[in-house]
Design a protein around this ligand. Structure first.
Ligand code: ASC
Length: 150
């Protein structure tokens, strides 16, 4: 029993130590994963946008929940841009790999804006949400403009 537990622990430690890229069996799995993460993120970001723009009634609890999800989801896509994921069913531009420092900067910026958006949503007032939503949306758009094919 003890031995089994320690083996499980060792395997878990090994799994966590493997580079994120190696967690995808095939490049197309990574492409699917990152697209799925953007899709789910967009759904929750969109609900915040609806409230920020007045298209949906403001609901502080829903805003906090959606912003928390966006903040968590914003961490996911980046590990899925590994080798071989530049080709296939993707609109990712070659610049992602050719100008990787710039892409990293843009992805860091988006994550930072989303952290601020989450804090604003947790503050529980619509004005704070409105203030933080614009820069967060702009950070999404900046990446689309530079790194995504139309
Ligand atoms: C959204 C969404 C995006 C961003 C972007 C902002 O709601 O799905 O990708 O906002 O369009 O310009």
């Amino acid at each position: 029993m003890k031995r089994t537990l320690s083996l499980t622990g060792t395997l878990l430690a090994l799994t966590l130590a493997i580079p994120a890229q190696a967690q995808f069996a095939k490049p197309e799995d990574a492409i699917k994963y990152r697209k799925a993460s953007y899709t789910v993120m967009a759904a929750h970001f969109g609900r915040l946008g609806a409230m920020a723009s007045g298209r949906a009634p403001y609901d502080a609890k829903a805003a906090a929940e959606n912003a928390e999800l966006v903040a968590t989801l914003s961490k996911l896509p980046w590990a899925a841009y590994g080798e071989g994921t530049d080709k296939g069913d993707t609109r990712a531009k070659p610049e992602i790999w050719k100008e990787s420092a710039k892409f990293k900067e843009a992805s860091d910026k988006m994550q930072a804006e989303v952290v601020k958006l989450n804090a604003a949503a947790k503050a529980g007032n619509l004005d704070a949400l409105k203030v933080a939503f614009g820069p967060a949306a702009a950070s999404c758009k900046a990446c689309h403009d530079n790194f995504r094919k139309d």
